[in-house]
Write a protein that binds this ligand. Structure first.
Ligand code: AHG
Ligand code: MN
Ligand code: MN
Length: 325
């Protein structure tokens, strides 16, 4: 089976002008993924579970592993002359990577270092989500906020790492979606799931239905109608978005995080969660929307903005769209 390293070399050869900068970036993410995977797997026996005693910019309690994963991805990306800037869900401002050589790098990375924080302590799968853009400001200048606030359609690549029963790296550069599984014994990712496509049909819907009473009316009606369909639908909701999306990628399904009284704009973050997942879902043949707009076409206003988020099999999202328009 092809390794991730071999896969990167073969894809780079298809682009003769490539400088290898993008491959080095994926190598750095791969390295950080392996370290986080190792830590997550032994979390129960080392002092890395629980609350870190701080809150992030969004007022959410940070878990020790949130902070650990954030620091690790930042280190992996800043110590290697790879990117010119990074924005993380766990930090208020973007990080300018400032050495003279790095100012000449092309890419910025936006990252949710650890997705599914509430599941860490109870040994349920968590993930990392990343999104990569080419900078807009000229090379050799400081990066600025406009390099980060680009619509999702500009993503050069996006992906997630799932720390589950096995650790997987799933990513796309806009030419289909490929999944790599880590063999932990030798620390190598193998191309286990080439060219992932959503099944044409799905029966799963995934959401936190406890918020039902304060969902928009259209969403309430959509859900009530799904229940009428004589057990054609089933619910699966882990509460780690990466895990819920990964399952739906293979089994087919729709994932919903609507606005509700607690989260008037939805809970999920456009730049760190929705855009990268929307990019993957579309590359796998599905659709991703925010109410009646394509997620990837939203013009972002701030780094940490939230949006209602619905994605999954094309047919399933199209049915939802009929309720929203
Ligand atoms: P994070 O751990 O990065 O803050 O993200 C948690 C998100 C996402 O993973 C999940 O889908 C959602 O929160 C679950 O929210 P609810 O508990 O409101 O259902
Ligand atoms: Mn998250
Ligand atoms: Mn997170």
């Amino acid at each position: 089976m092809q390794t991730l390293g071999e896969f990167l070399i073969s894809t780079q050869q298809k682009h003769p002008k490539s400088t290898g900068e993008f491959s080095r970036l994926i190598h750095a993410l791969r390295l950080a993924a392996k370290v986080v995977s190792h830590e997550v797997n032994k979390a129960g026996i080392v002092d890395i579970l629980g609350d870190a005693g701080a809150t992030n910019i969004q007022g959410e309690a940070q878990q020790k592993l949130d902070v650990f994963a954030h620091d690790l991805f930042i280190k992996a990306l800043t110590n290697r002359n790879i990117v010119c800037g990074i924005a993380s869900e766990e930090a208020e401002d973007f990080i300018q990577v400032n050495s003279p050589s790095e100012r000449g790098n092309n890419y910025v990375v936006l990252i949710d270092p650890l997705d599914g924080s509430s599941n860490i302590d109870v040994n349920v799968s968590v993930g990392t989500v990343f999104s990569i853009y080419k900078r807009i400001t000229p090379l050799d200048y400081d990066v600025s906020i406009e390099d980060f606030l680009q619509p999702g359609t500009n993503q050069v690549a996006a992906g997630y790492i799932l720390y589950g029963t096995s650790t997987m790296l799933v990513y796309s550069t806009g030419d289909g979606v490929n999944g790599f599984t880590l063999n932990p014994a030798i620390g190598t990712f193998y191309l286990s799931h080439p060219n992932i496509k959503l099944p044409s049909d799905g029966h799963i819907y995934s959401l936190n239905e406890a918020n039902f009473l304060t969902f928009p009316d259209a969403i309430k009606q959509y859900l009530l109608d799904r229940k009428k369909q004589d057990s054609q639908y089933t619910t699966r909701y882990i509460g780690s978005m990466v895990s819920d999306i990964h399952r739906n990628m293979f089994k087919g399904g729709i994932f919903l995080y609507p606005s509700n009284a607690k989260s008037p704009n939805g809970k999920l973050r456009l730049m760190y969660e929705c855009n990268p997942i929307a990019f993957l879902i579309e590359q796998a043949g599905g659709l991703a929307i925010s109410m009646n707009k394509r997620i990837l076409e939203i013009s972002p206003k701030t780094l940490h903005q939230r949006t209602p988020f619905f994605c999954g099999n094309k047919e399933m999202v199209e049915i939802l769209l009929e309720y929203l328009t």
